[in-house]
Design a protein. Structure first.
Length: 172
């Protein structure tokens, strides 16, 4: 069985806004470029067609919605080098719980919604300098869910630029 992730992706204007930040940081720090996203579920082991049907059902009547920034943050984790911490509101919580229950995944305590801005092992002082230099807006509109997978032939998401978008479910 393959591994997949389910992302929430911002609408075009917000995607461009976040992509510009990701590209600026990626260029400055020789870090990989990637599509801005909030990972709703990661490392889901399931057949693609089954996951696609689940995503279609879970997001069937979903309208674009806002997520709010709580703060900029950093960590030792590669996938959370510098990131926008997002409010875990009722809507995000419900989407996570429903998707998790249908895929046999994690419980809500493991869900820390965020949008990463750079993937790179950096010293803490460098990450804090990045945070200080950024003035990120307060909210973003989510308009789609994507199913993504690592580079063909691997289950390893570490090759960021090899990530593949396999399915897009737009919210209307």
């Amino acid at each position: 069985m393959n591994k997949f992730s389910v992302w929430l992706v911002p609408q075009k204007d917000d995607e461009t806004y976040l992509s510009n930040i990701i590209e600026d940081l990626g260029t400055k720090y020789s870090a990989p470029m990637f599509t801005p996203h909030l990972t709703l579920l990661g490392d889901v082991e399931i057949e693609l067609d089954v996951l696609q049907n689940i995503v279609d059902k879970v997001f069937e009547n979903t309208k674009p919605f806002q997520i709010k920034k709580t703060k900029l943050n950093q960590s030792e984790a590669f996938f959370k080098t510098v990131f926008i911490e997002c409010e875990l509101d009722e809507n995000l919580s419900n989407l996570f719980k429903v998707l998790s229950s249908k895929t046999g995944q994690r419980n809500i305590d493991s869900f820390k919604p965020h949008i990463s801005l750079i993937y790179k092992i950096l010293q803490e002082d460098e990450k804090l300098k990045i945070i200080e230099s950024l003035d990120v807006k307060e909210a973003f509109t989510i308009s789609a869910a994507y199913i993504t997978a690592p580079k063909e032939g691997t289950d390893d998401f570490m090759d960021v630029e090899g990530w593949r978008i396999l399915y897009k479910k737009s919210f209307t």
